[in-house]
Design a binder for this molecule. Structure first.
Ligand SMILES: [Zn+2]
Length: 360
């Protein structure tokens, strides 16, 4: 194969050309140009002469000399959902990688690790999987943020068939009511847990000017009502305050929807903040309970934690004999006396009642 550089040298050197002497000058020029072009095509490194196997987006390849404005317009059009469904549109990626930081290399690395991790996970064996193959039996419906830094192993190392998890930007009920209802009313989880987190970008976005966000993002965060921060708080404190406020709001929304279940003792709604930044000063990574059935007072949260950790033997928990508890309502009332966690009258509770269940 003759390289482009060799061809040029060969033409310049004036060496004897392999053409008949009777050739006209113009024909000679045409022929040498054709040869030069052929040589050029053959001189490229193999990786760049196989466009069908590279990840070059055909649409982008076609754009050629288009201006940036044209490209932006095209991308905007693509965003509008006008997908080209021609089979040639998406080619198979991973034919090459020029750097580990490029999107395709990162994608490949993630998938490679996912397959490896999955292989390891399969080592649990058939017995492990058959234990939950036929029935979904979670104890908790968990609503948390889609933030990549928030993962269930932060609070549950064995989440299989135990955590029914709904995730979205801002750990909210709005927009995912159906999924949440499935957990609470069909899977009958006794616990609905709403877990926000420090450093939440959804809370930050909802606290600022949303007018420049895309329509889907505006719609996603429109139900987040973040109050103005307390005066004198620094930026991180104000942000964390917004995160906690959002958790309280989501618990209130859950009580509005599922108040009857909470009153009957069949559901407890717990709001928590996963603080991987230690913005709340209780240790990085701490899962902090901030709301139980609409109660948020520090003393009550402490009493609740003691009851959770120590059960009926917890300090301050009044023991109740079983014969005093004739119905779930009795259990709720006796708990209310001790913990002040559930205090509303059972008879007043209904799904239409918006009361957040604050203690008297
Ligand atoms: Zn978040």
């Amino acid at each position: 194969m003759t390289s482009r550089a060799d061809s040029a040298l060969w033409l310049k050197s004036g060496r004897k050309r392999p053409f008949c002497l009777g050739m006209g000058a113009r024909r000679l020029l045409t022929l040498t140009s054709a040869l030069l072009l052929a040589a050029t095509a053959c001189s490229q490194p193999p990786a760049t002469v196989a466009p069908e196997t590279t990840a070059v987006h055909p649409k982008k390849a076609k754009e050629g000399k288009n201006s940036h404005a044209d490209k932006a317009a095209d991308e905007a059009k693509a965003d509008e959902g006008k997908a080209d469904d021609s089979p040639q549109k998406y080619t198979v990626p991973f034919a090459w990688e020029s750097s580990k930081a490029e999107p395709l290399a990162l994608t490949r690395a993630f998938l490679k690790e996912a397959f490896e991790d999955n292989k390891t996970y399969m080592e649990h064996g058939p017995k492990f999987f058959s234990a939950f193959a036929d029935a979904e039996l979670p104890r908790a419906t968990v609503v948390t943020c889609s933030d990549s830094r928030v993962q269930p192993q932060g609070w549950d190392e064995t989440s299989e068939n135990d955590d029914y998890t709904v995730r979205n930007f801002g750990n909210q009920l709005a927009g995912d009511e159906g999924s949440i209802e499935y957990g609470v009313e069909h899977l009958n989880t006794p616990l609905l847990m709403i877990i926000g987190h420090t450093g939440c970008e959804a809370v930050k976005a909802a606290s600022g000017d949303t007018s420049k966000l895309s329509k889907p993002l505006q719609a996603q965060i429109k139900s987040l009502q973040i109050p103005r921060p307390t005066q004198g708080k620094n930026e991180n404190q104000a942000w964390a305050e917004g995160v906690v406020a959002n958790v309280h709001n989501q618990v209130a929304a859950a009580l509005k929807r599922y108040g009857k279940r909470v009153q009957s003792g069949s559901l407890t709604v717990v709001g928590a903040v996963f603080d991987f930044r230690d913005d709340l000063g209780q240790g990085a990574g701490k899962l902090i309970i901030v709301d139980v059935n609409g109660n948020g007072e520090a003393a009550r949260m402490e009493a609740f934690m003691a009851a959770v950790n120590d059960g009926p033997d917890a300090k301050g928990v009044k023991k109740v004999s079983k014969k005093d508890l004739q119905s779930p309502e009795d259990v709720v009332h006796s708990l209310a006396q001790v913990q002040g966690i559930v205090t509303r009258e059972v008879s007043s509770a209904s799904n239409d009642s918006p009361t957040a269940g604050h203690a008297h």
